[in-house]
Design a protein around this ligand. Structure first.
Ligand SMILES: *[C@@H]1O[C@H](CO)[C@@H](O)[C@H](O)[C@H]1NC(C)=O
Ligand SMILES: *[C@@H]1O[C@H](CO)[C@@H](O)[C@H](O)[C@H]1NC(C)=O
Ligand SMILES: *[C@@H]1O[C@H](CO)[C@@H](O)[C@H](O)[C@H]1NC(C)=O
Ligand SMILES: [Zn+2]
Ligand SMILES: [Zn+2]
Length: 475
C-alpha cells in the first residue's frame, strides 16, 4: 500500500475509550497427559530449535502449559492473555525476529516470492500444518482446526518493492535495488506466528482457520489470482493487517465501512494527423485535443462529484511530438483515479473515457482509453464489514487495552485486499510500528522504512485471537 499518497489525508486521530465486554471465565477439565504431549516438544517447551536440550524441570513445563488448558468455550480476557503469553514466550519472540530478518534480507518482487514461499512452507512442515501450493504461482493456503465449518481466513502479503534500502543495520536487504519497504516481511512473520499459536491450540478450535499467504500485493494483483485459484473456498469471513508508522508500536486501528480508496490507472492515445507546424490547416492537431481533454478531466471531480464523497482524478503523464517544427500524429496521456465507493469508482472510470473520447472529437481527433483491466491494475475500494470491524475492535481492546485502539480516518491509499472484501465479509486493520527511539518513523515505500520488531508477537497474537474467537462465536 502506498502510504505517501495518503499522508496528506491524515488528520489528527481521536482516541476512543471503549468499554470492555463482560468477562465470563470458563475453564474446561485439564486435558490428559497424552494430550499435553501432542503439543509438547521434548527439546524445549515451545518453539524449539533442533539443538535445544529437553526442559527437565517439570514444574516449569507445567507452568508454561497451564494456560493452554483453559478451553475458552466462552471467550474471556483470560483467553486473550493466554494467547498473548504464548506469543510472548522468549523463544517465540526470538524465533519470530529470526524469521522476519531472514525474509527482510532476501526481498522478492511480485510473483517472484519463491524463497519466501519456501521458507513459509518449511515452517508449516515443521509445525505439521497442511497446505495447498502453489496458488497464483507462489501463494499458499494452509489450514488448522477441525476441517469443518465455520471457515475463517487470515491473510498476509509476501512481496517486496524495487527500492534500494537506505537503512544501515545488520539485517539490511542483501539484494541490490529490492527492499521490504512496506512491511510485508512482518505480515508474513506475524501470520506464521499465528499459525504456531493456533496449532498449539488446535484442540480448542471450533472450526477451521485458513491461512492465506498471497503474492504480488504491490503490483499485478496477487489477491485476484489467489481467489481464482480457490483461496476463498468455504471461507465465510477474512481479516488482514498492515503495519503503520502512524501509530505507536502495537497500537491497533481500523474503521467500519470504506477504509481505503479504489485505485485505477488510465492511458489514452489521441490520434490526429501529422503535418508541418507552419501550415496547421494541413494537419489535425492532437496536442490541442489532448490539452482540452486534460482541462475537461478536471471538471469531473470539481463539477460532477458530491463534495462529501472524496474522489481524485490526476493526469500524471503527457507525451507527444519531438520536433519543434511538426504537429505530431499522436499524443499519449495518462493518470490515476481514486474513490471510496464502488459505484463512484466505476462512474469515474466511465466519465474519464467519455471526456477524453468526446474532447478528442471536438478537435477532429480520435482517442482510445486503456484502463489495464486485463493486467489487474484496478483495485476496488477496501470496505470493512461493520460486524467484522466490531470483531477486530473487541479482540484488539482485549489484547492491547482500550487506550491502544484507535478509530482511523479513511485514506486515499489502495490495497488489493479489496478483492477479498468484495466477496466475503472482511475487516482490514493497522498495527503500529512507530518507535521514536528506534527511528521507525518513516512511511511505507521510503528507503528509510523500518519496523519496531516488538510488534511481531502482538500481531501474531492478534491474528490468532481474531481467528479462534471468530470460530467460537460463529459456530
Ligand atoms: C523449576 O522451575 C521452577 C519454576 O520456574 C523454579 O521455581 C524451580 O527453582 C526450578 N527447579 C529447578 C531444580 O531448577
Ligand atoms: C462494483 O461495480 C462493478 C461494476 O459496476 C461490478 O462489476 C462489481 O460487482 C461491483 N462490486 C461490488 C462489491 O458491488
Ligand atoms: C522503543 O524501542 C526501544 C528499544 O527497543 C524500547 O526500549 C522502548 O520501550 C520502545 N518504546 C516504545 C514506546 O515501544
Ligand atoms: Zn506498499
Ligand atoms: Zn503494503
Amino acid at each position: 500500500m502506498d502510504f505517501n499518497k495518503f499522508l496528506v489525508f491524515w488528520y489528527s486521530i481521536s482516541i476512543y475509550v471503549m468499554i470492555l465486554n463482560p468477562l465470563i471465565p470458563f475453564v474446561e477439565p485439564i486435558p490428559s497427559r497424552d494430550h499435553d504431549r501432542s503439543f509438547f516438544d521434548p527439546s524445549c517447551i515451545l518453539n524449539c530449535k533442533s539443538d535445544q536440550k529437553p526442559q527437565k524441570n517439570q514444574s516449569r513445563v507445567a507452568a508454561t502449559l497451564a494456560p493452554l488448558r483453559s478451553s475458552c468455550e466462552v471467550w474471556s480476557k483470560t483467553c486473550s492473555k493466554t494467547v498473548l503469553s504464548l506469543a510472548k514466550q522468549p523463544e517465540t519472540v526470538e524465533w519470530l525476529k529470526r524469521l522476519r530478518r531472514r525474509i527482510h534480507e532476501n526481498p522478492e518482487l511480485a510473483f517472484e516470492e519463491f524463497q519466501t514461499s519456501q521458507l513459509i512452507r518449511e515452517e508449516l512442515d515443521r509445525m505439521e500444518i497442511s497446505y495447498r501450493f502453489p496458488m497464483a504461482k507462489t501463494g499458499i493456503r494452509a489450514w488448522i482446526g477441525t476441517g469443518r465449518p465455520p471457515f475463517v481466513a487470515i491473510r498476509a502479503d509476501m512481496d517486496a518493492l524495487p527500492i534500494q534500502e537506505a537503512v544501515e543495520w545488520e539485517h539490511k536487504s542483501k539484494v541490490a535495488g529490492k527492499m521490504h519497504a512496506c512491511g510485508h516481511d512482518a505480515h508474513v512473520t506475524m501470520l506464521i506466528g499465528a499459525a504456531k499459536i493456533l496449532k498449539i491450540r488446535e484442540h480448542l478450535l471450533k472450526g477451521t482457520v485458513i491461512l492465506i499467504f498471497q503474492p504480488a500485493e504491490e503490483a499485478g494483483n496477487g489477491a485476484k489470482r489467489m481467489i481464482g485459484d480457490g483461496a476463498l473456498e468455504d471461507v465465510e469471513a477474512i481479516f488482514a493487517v498492515h503495519v503503520s508508522h502512524e501509530h505507536p508500536t502495537a497500537t491497533i486501528g481500523s474503521r467500519p465501512g470504506p477504509l481505503l480508496a479504489g485505485c485505477g490507472f488510465f492511458r489514452a492515445v489521441i490520434s490526429g494527423k501529422k503535418g508541418g507546424a507552419w501550415n496547421p490547416h494541413h494537419s489535425v492537431d492532437p496536442v490541442l485535443a489532448a490539452s482540452a481533454a486534460v482541462i475537461s478531466l478536471q471538471g469531473i471531480v470539481s463539477r460532477e462529484a458530491n463534495p462529501m464523497d472524496s474522489q481524485v482524478v490526476s493526469v500524471t503523464s503527457f507525451n507527444g511530438g519531438n520536433n519543434l517544427d511538426m504537429i505530431p500524429d499522436t499524443v499519449a496521456l495518462g493518470g490515476t483515479f481514486r474513490a471510496f465507493s464502488n459505484i463512484t469508482f466505476y462512474q469515474l472510470l466511465q466519465r474519464i473515457e467519455e471526456v477524453i473520447v468526446e474532447q478528442a472529437k471536438v478537435y477532429r481527433c480520435s482517442a482510445t482509453v486503456d484502463f489495464f483491466e486485463r493486467e489487474y491494475t484496478i483495485y476496488p475500494p477496501t470496505v470493512n464489514n461493520e460486524k467484522m470491524y466490531e470483531h477486530v475492535r473487541k479482540v484488539a481492546i482485549d489484547l492491547v487495552g482500550d487506550n491502544n485502539f484507535r478509530v482511523v480516518p479513511p485514506m486515499m491509499g489502495a490495497e488489493d485486499f479489496s478483492f477479498f472484501s468484495e466477496l466475503v465479509p472482511a475487516a482490514f486493520f493497522y498495527i503500529g510500528i512507530r518507535n521514536e527511539t528506534l527511528g521507525s518513523i518513516h512511511t511505507g515505500h521510503s528507503p528509510y522504512f523500518m519496523i519496531d520488531e516488538d510488534v511481531l508477537p502482538i500481531g501474531a497474537a492478534t491474528h490468532a485471537t481474531i481467528a479462534e474467537r471468530y470460530l467460537n462465536e460463529h459456530r
